[in-house]
Design a protein around this ligand. Sequence first.
Ligand SMILES: Cc1cc2nc3c(=O)[nH]c(=O)nc-3n(C[C@H](O)[C@H](O)[C@H](O)COP(=O)(O)OP(=O)(O)OC[C@H]3O[C@@H](n4cnc5c(N)ncnc54)[C@H](O)[C@@H]3O)c2cc1C
Length: 454
Amino acid sequence: MQYDVIIIGAGPGGIFSAYELVKLNKDLKILVLESGTPLAQRNCPIDGKKIKSCINCKSCAIMNGFGGAGAFSDGKYNITNEFGGNLHEYVGKKEALELMNYVDEINMKHGGSNARKFSTANSALKKKCLENDLHLLDASVRHLGTDLNYIILENLYELLKDQVDFKFHKQVDNIVANDPYEVYVKDEVYLGKQVIVSTGRSGSKWMQKICDNLDIETKSNRVDIGVRVEIPAAIFETITDEVYESKIVYRTKKFQDKVRTFCMNPKGIVVNENTNGIITVNGHSYEDESKFSDNTNFALLVSNHFSEPFKDSNEYGESIAKLSNMLGGGVLVQRFGDLIRGQRSTPSRIEGGFVTPSLTATPGDLSLVIPKRQMDDIIEMIYALDKIAPGTASDDTLLYGVEVKFYNLQVDVNKNLETEHKGLYVIGDCSGVTHSLSHASASGVFVARQIAEK
Ligand SMILES: Cc1cc2nc3c(=O)[nH]c(=O)nc-3n(C[C@H](O)[C@H](O)[C@H](O)COP(=O)(O)OP(=O)(O)OC[C@H]3O[C@@H](n4cnc5c(N)ncnc54)[C@H](O)[C@@H]3O)c2cc1C
């Protein structure tokens, strides 16, 4: 039960910490505690026939288990300091990019060598965006796709499983800052000289509790709220064929708010996401052409930054998502034309539309859920996008809500991602420093290198 390093959470942050630790020092005794299941046992019961929507499993197969929230994700590794986290503020811009490129190399070596890499640099799209008051952020993106992402995770597990002690179905309850650290799972205790916490977004409430217990400062002042847009793939083809994933930012005329496109899935599908029992929406796409759909989906998110005295931005986001769950029993879907005319979408209006929804959601009225400010921002952005991709503002464009991007509380860590307790590191999305696959993985490598050096 005594380890050199205990890693809590087997998402990208935890996996890449373990990978780098093993690579740098084979003698280290490493334990990974994961509340979910091994990769092969991660099966979401929604089959679209018998079970059509989320049944709130105790451990969500989409969010928890080996591979973390990223396991069934689209596997878009964005190599950039422009979005996906603030790792560069801790480690420096150059090192952050180096770490992300290193993660990319590992993915390529372990099954991802066929994945395409796109870049926004010097793209014609950038100019077209600027001409229309839209701003395309610089990034290169490796698109693994859900299928290749899964294969890489399988390969990394095979590589690590004999050198790292993986324990699944182990929900860590508490960490006590003794020497060594005591990590509690119910009445079991594991001892670790160093602890890396990488519990992701799904562990954010737990993280708050741990920080309170250990007197580690936190703050939470941002949440992004919006919808997922689904359109015929042809409308966005000029964009997605050129850069695949584009982060386009627009400042609205009415409120001067920033709205951005997020998580673009060419020829992909819209999916449910369960965060702490609240059903929100997300998207997937595949590298394998046989799995392509006729539609492209992406999120439109409005950033909300709160100032004193309000301290719980996630609670704000959750309350809005809960409203859609209350009205629709889960995610709501509405045609853009219905929204503009001020009428709810009904099953027959959705059926009569020319875009076939890829997710079974409840037809409804998003204006009863999303506050007016954010709703107006989203509508303005859709009309702005229509200028670079005509057809976006069509009557039949589908809007799913609510998409919420929760930002984890910002945990007070130093430049080494170490808390005020020596040897206790907080990395990945649960730290608030990262919110993407590439940044979370890179933060794991960064911390592992420091521990190995010690
Ligand atoms: C559907 C979907 C699609 C996405 N697509 C992309 C994409 O294409 N590109 C991108 O960059 N990002 C994407 N993301 C976000 C990305 O998955 C996350 O940013 C990334 O997984 C964060 O990694 P992490 O290791 O910090 O946390 P996570 O991946 O969330 O892993 C944390 C792990 O910790 C475990 N855990 C939590 N609490 C405890 C506890 N108390 N004890 C033990 N274990 C615990 C969880 O079960 C989980 O397995 C997507 C997310 C979702 C949900």
